[in-house]
Design a protein around this ligand. Sequence first.
Ligand code: TXA
Ligand code: MG
Length: 342
Amino acid sequence: MNDVTRAAQLLHAGELVAFPTETVYGLGADARNPTALAKIFAAKGRPADHPLIVHLPDASHLGDWAIDIPAAAHTLAAACWPGPLTLILKRHPSVPNLVTGGQNTIGVRVPNHPVALALLHEFGSGIAAPSANKFGHISPTTAAHVQEELGESGEKNVAMILDGGPCAVGIESTIVDMTSATPRILRPGAISADTLRQLLHAPVHDSQAAQQTDNAMHTPRVSGSLAAHYAPRTPLQLCALESLPAAIAAALQEGQRVAVLAPERSPPLPVDQHLIRRIASADFSQFAHDLYATLRELDAAGCDVILVAAPPDNETWRAVNDRLCRAAAGSGSGSGSSQDTA
Ligand code: TXA
Ligand code: MG
């Protein structure tokens, strides 16, 4: 029996299987099985009211999970799936409450990874899967990261980790709420607001606009929207490229060990035995691809601070800047109190 067949059998038996997608690794369970779904929350340490994304083999399954699907959602599904786009739709009444966090909406996507697609087709139904990390930590982009995240306390919960190599995209899918008249991006990702506007020939609210118009009654809970998400344990600070040399010098002066993520074309940086440096790509896609693995590596280096040169503040870099800001907001939880909120 090959690994994918065994993984599908484990899912049918109510077990958890971690699997690769093009964005990050997911921690999967049968989306129709409440007992299996409960194991996801236990393994991740995630509050039960945070909804899960259901992964589908293809768009023909949409009607089993969602109702009142607008034409625009079908347009986006046809154009972007398989791919890094999650659609928020009205839930089908048969969907278990644990999937939706008790809300009347559901998040669905078809991932673009051969192992994920093989698993979904073999399984034949929806697989609920959050990112396969502890709640609030950095999402895993390799099978080894999943092992680091869930190996210890999760090993009794996670029956199998499918290894599909490093994830191509590297940051989580774009989430777009299709339940209001104008679609709203709830979490930026590799598929930009502009791309969605071009596909729909219609307006799409981006995530900043969404935050401004949010109100408690109508805002779905998106755990990725908590400030303290995607965080390393070492304090992370974003720093304008021009002020990076001075910031590094000041930290070294204080006797700190410093990790730096900065582009190749940076102003001259100090060379010091207490400084380690990784090169940040000047290309958005490559930067996103490398980001979580690099943050993990720098987090493990035993430094007192991670200084990251802030990428350009524009639409192209929106999703990466979003993750970096959250990492900065939630970092340092190993010694502080923000772990509770992460
Ligand atoms: O790329 C991804 O989306 C990855 C891979 C594994 O597919 N998954 C992922 O799942 O990032 P997770 O659970 O780590 O983040 C999913 C986000 C959460 O912030 C959750 O609150 C939000 O999606 N979400 C899920 N269902 C929702 C709903 N009905 N309404 C609003 N937000 C929802
Ligand atoms: Mg996550």
